[in-house]
Design a protein around this ligand. Sequence first.
Ligand SMILES: [Zn+2]
Ligand SMILES: [Zn+2]
Length: 185
Amino acid sequence: MGRISWDQYFMSQSHLLAMRSTCTRLAVGATIVRDKRIIAGGYNGSIAGGVHCSDEGCYVIENHCVRTIHAEMNALLQCAKFGVPTAGAEIYVTHFPCLQCCKALIQAGIKTVYYATDYKNHPYAIELFEQADVKIEFVKFEKTISEADKGKDELILHLLNKLSESNTDDDVVQALRNKADQILS
Ligand SMILES: [Zn+2]
Ligand SMILES: [Zn+2]
């Protein structure tokens, strides 16, 4: 059994957090790490106690949902709330940070930004990160398959192979294969 790397471990945590996101426009998760310890996490959502985009629809002004606080910001604010220093820390985010979050991360002393998905990577954000000597690193997120899922994996492939041998239309089998690839990748 392979042990997952630190990068995959922290990136998985951010993807898990993203699943708590309440904004239907984009599910983002962020994990702040210091000395290989998770010190805070955040996701894209409303203020505590506020209504959720997922219930009431987004509040869009000039093509931005203004209801939510971005994942990176929520993680930083969690540190502010509980007095946890962020100087020299690293952040793992599911998506490349927006300009506002970029500035906040730099100002909070974050030294490395790991991200899993390119998202409107703003040239000015890249420039600011460089200027502030903040390292930006792309981390390909590998979905980890749990032991329980491994069996399902094999069963699906077995069923697809059996289906290919039957009289089922090739296009139908191919469509199912593509769907399986999507789920299993
Ligand atoms: Zn929203
Ligand atoms: Zn942002």
